[in-house]
Design a protein around this ligand. Structure first.
Ligand code: NZQ
Ligand code: ZN
Length: 389
């Protein structure tokens, strides 16, 4: 087991009726607030009005950037950074899903840089400072509310790049499950697929590990399997929405990582898909996940699949380990494509073979797939893509 530092410096206000604390939290960082949000869902659900009221009540000055896209673009980062510089913004208030929070993180960083924010993503310049970020989460999926990462797209270069900088960690996150009641069945399913995969990316590893963390991850996976279908069937089921929301944060906030030194597998591949085809991140992951599992299953990896199958899906441990492993992959497909009702192939969502090589090259280069659970080269990635057709 590797040594590690545990440090998750985000204060979380979890549950209903916590927005009364927003003004005081914002005020700790200054008077001039930039509110960032997406295409308008926060207005439809009545959250916008409540936020404006709290900000005004605290005597703060409010500026706005709206229209942040799903798979947020660097143009939005630049637009936000311009407002920060022009208006001397003190603190950022991101209200939305992962896209809004990710974009806001890079706005906070780009506020201290005079060039194109894309220079940050391509690592021409590094990030040492970031404006403080407070968020109100409206979609349980990415965990951006409690991690220091963000993913930004550039439609001109067809790149989508994710980076982590500790200074971009949100200072405060407001996690009210009722704010996710209006998330569509489809986005709920995509969010569940995303957090499910975040856990698998860490769970499937070859490091000597803490048994305790594996057990926590199995519990998180079981929570998603139990509550995602409930939230889809009953969008206003508080228990289901609350369990999903807290799972999304803990899947990726660093806790379950416990010092493991391994590159992720499906995420680098998916980011190339959404870079070119602008698909929903969780959907891309859902299609890739069982194929990646099938591709990585062999005599050297079977024991982890066996553990997963027995402990997460309750498959009979007396069965042959390889049979348990194969059955576990079938159960993952069953969950993603039947229970969550997600489309199950590239063909169904209009992706053909034409970009496989270029996407594989970038996924290996940017994602460090040579250091993944099963090391993957460009040919391996193309093979996995072909399995998804
Ligand atoms: O734009 P609005 O109008 O707000 O609508 C959004 C958007 O259309 C809608 N939505 C959000 N909350 C809602 C709602 N609709 C109704 N009611 C609500 N309460 O949902 C749509 C999708 O929103 P988005 O923020 O794009 O989804 P998600 O949270 O899944 O974020 C996806 C982005 O995060 C990145 C992904 O790559 C993708 O770009 N990721 C970020 C990570 C991180 N920061 O750690 C890790 C992830 O692996 C992921 O890569
Ligand atoms: Zn993800």
């Amino acid at each position: 087991m590797n040594s590690f530092i545990y440090d998750i410096p985000t204060r979380v206000y979890f549950g209903e009726n916590q927005l009364g604390n927003l003004g005081a939290e914002l005020s700790k960082y200054g008077k001039r607030v930039l509110l960032t949000y997406g295409g308008g869902s926060i207005k439809k659900i009545g959250l916008y009005g409540k936020i404006v009221e709290e900000v005004k009540k605290a005597g703060l000055e409010l500026f706005e950037l709206s229209g942040i896209e799903p798979n947020p673009r660097v143009s939005s980062v630049n637009a936000g950074a311009d407002i920060c510089k022009k208006e001397n913004i003190d603190v950022l208030l991101a209200v939305g899903g992962g896209s809004v929070i990710d974009c806001t993180k890079f706005i906070g960083a780009a506020a201290f840089y005079d060039g194109d924010a894309w220079d940050i993503l391509t690592q021409k310049v590094t990030v040492e400072k970031c404006l403080p970020i407070i968020d109100v989460l409206t979609l349980a999926a990415t965990g951006s509310e409690m991690d220091c990462g963000g993913v930004i797209s550039n439609p001109e270069t067809k790149d989508k790049i994710g980076l982590l900088f500790p200074v971009m960690q949100p200072k405060v996150s407001f996690l009210d499950p009722t704010n996710t009641y209006t998330v569509s069945k489809y986005q709920t399913a995509c969010g569940a697929a995303d957090m499910f995969n975040h856990i698998l990316e860490v769970y499937f590893n070859r490091n000597q590990d803490l048994y305790m963390l594996d057990t926590v991850m199995e519990g998180l996976l079981k929570t998603i399997i139990k509550f995602a279908p409930v939230a889809m069937a009953e969008p206003e089921n508080y228990e289901a929405r609350a369990n999903l929301m807290w799972t999304s944060s803990w899947a990726i906030n660093g806790f379950v990582n416990g010092g493991k030194m391994q590159a992720w597998s499906c995420h680098p591949m998916e980011h190339e898909l959404s870079a070119i085809y602008d698909i929903t991140h969780g959907l891309g992951l859902a299609i890739l996940t069982p194929r990646w599992m099938e591709y990585t299953l062999d005599e050297t990896t079977v024991s982890k699949f066996y553990q997963f199958g027995c402990n997460v899906f309750g498959i009979d441990p007396k069965l042959d380990p390889m049979d348990v492993a194969k059955k576990s992959i079938e159960m993952v497909s069953e969950f993603l494509f039947h229970t969550l009702e997600l489309q199950n192939s590239f063909t169904e969502i209009g992706i053909d073979t034409s970009n496989f090589e270029v996407m594989a090259r970038k996924a290996v280069m940017l994602g460090g797939l040579a250091y993944a659970f099963k090391p993957l080269n460009e040919d391996d990635v193309v093979n996995i893509f072909k399995m998804c057709l």
